[in-house]
Design a protein around this ligand. Structure first.
Ligand code: GAR
Length: 223
């Protein structure tokens, strides 16, 4: 693999948001570490990257709970292996998005989560969740936002013919994939790429930037 393929361009910290002064309930200097509530729907490789960043000391936080919405999602296997409490809230059991989000907020509050981290969460969230954690909900999206919002972003980019795509960590607002950007990484689209090879290189960058972006967003800075 060439240097060009290996080293995607990672944006510098653009605008740290949600630091300690905005959230005085989170004491950044005392013993209590920032508690993350992670939401995932699928494989959970970003979830695991965040947990590993905590284990390696790169991210001074703890994962309070994993919430997943699909009982067959393989993220549960990672949570079990990593010893993280995991709660399944199957979206099919809820009549509306708001009722699902109400249940999610209930779990997050009961596990004393300070920040919400959507890591491959494939459901649209509502103000019920967003307003319960103002400026404290993050998401990762597999494109260089504002390009290719919504579902199947990698496919959209691939089919559009762009030569550079990437991934974005951003704050979550009610408009899908539209909140303030915390960090991005650029990934070249190679002539030889298939959707699978492009996705694999994108995920390598996602795993690098998500822990770093969380550290910036919560006001810890990059270690
Ligand atoms: C990630 O690539 C993430 O960017 C994407 O889902 C994947 C989850 O992978 N998220 C979205 O498309 C959100 N719109 P993972 O389960 O292995 O972390």
């Amino acid at each position: 693999m060439t240097t060009w393929e290996q080293d995607a361009l990672i944006s510098p910290p653009i605008r740290p948001m949600g630091g300690p002064s905005e959230h005085p309930t989170v004491n950044q200097t005392a013993t209590r570490r920032v508690r993350l509530g992670i939401m995932a729907s699928g494989s959970g490789s970003n979830f695991e990257a965040i947990v590993q960043a905590i284990h390696s000391g790169q991210l001074n936080a703890e994962v309070a709970v994993l919430i997943y919405n699909n009982p067959t999602a393989t993220v549960i296997e990672r949570a079990t292996r990593l010893g993280i409490p995991a709660i399944c809230l199957d979206h099919r059991q809820f009549a509306t998005r708001e009722l699902l989000d109400q249940a999610i907020v209930g779990v997050l509050v009961s596990y004393q989560a300070d920040w919400v981290v959507m890591a491959g969460w494939m459901r649209i969230v509502t103000p019920v969740l967003i307003n319960a954690f103002p400026n404290r909900v993050l998401n990762i999206h597999p494109s260089l936002l504002p390009s290719f919002k919504g579902s199947r972003a990698i496919e959209q980019a691939f089919q559009s013919g762009v030569k550079i795509t990437g991934c974005t960590v951003h704050h979550v607002v009610t408009e899908v994939d539209s909140g303030d950007i915390v960090m991005q990484a650029a990934v070249p689209v190679l002539d030889s790429d298939t959707l699978e090879t492009l996705q694999a290189r994108l995920q390598i960058q996602e795993h690098k930037i998500y822990p770093a972006a969380i550290a910036i967003a919560v006001g810890l800075g990059i270690l």
